[in-house]
Design a protein around this ligand. Sequence first.
Ligand code: MG
Ligand code: ZN
Length: 228
Amino acid sequence: MHRTKVRIVEDALDANNTIASANRADFDRAGVKVVNFMSAPGAGKTTLLERVVADLPGLRVGVLEGDVEGSMDADRLAGLHIPVTQLNTSAGFGGECHLDANMVRSAIPSLPLDEIDLLLVENVGNLVCPAEFRIGEDSRVMVTAVTEGEDKPLKYPLMFRACELVIVNKIDLLPHLDFDLEKLLYNIDAVHPDVETIMLSARTGQGIDAWRDWLLRIPARAPEEAIA
Ligand code: MG
Ligand code: ZN
């Protein structure tokens, strides 16, 4: 019984990786780098994008907004005069709580790949399954906010492991919280030793330069086997 179930899950993830590789090949052909941006709901992903998308010298940026429903975040970003494409998982994908390679594949015809150099994909806000599905990205960024507690890396280790950068957001609120930043960093290091971290406040702009710099020099892509 259990073996069968494990088998089915493995097959589904293999199928996802095959489609993710096809997506990546399409992005490569167009010369577009792709970042998969993940966090819990409300950690500040959209605000972090708003802060930088219009201010990346030499990079033409597009955004793919993943949400279960609605286009509130896409509408906010569209005001910045960059191409924004909405992907709703409630429209044909059963209202899934994450993006997978197949959903992103369905959006590719709507993406202006010839007009952009960098595609920022805002995943559905969720601390669990986004980490399980590659979408054909070059790099993954995990955002955690100091309002979420120091224990999150220990409770959701896969999210903190499946990324090349951890952004710690809302540090402007630290004086008002009983939050131990050292403990959070210790816990991040425990589940993902030496992962790059940036501490910032999307609200005040403190630390935003480091985030912009990271986007301007997106680390060399993971080797192909990292997709599988
Ligand atoms: Mg958002
Ligand atoms: Zn999910």
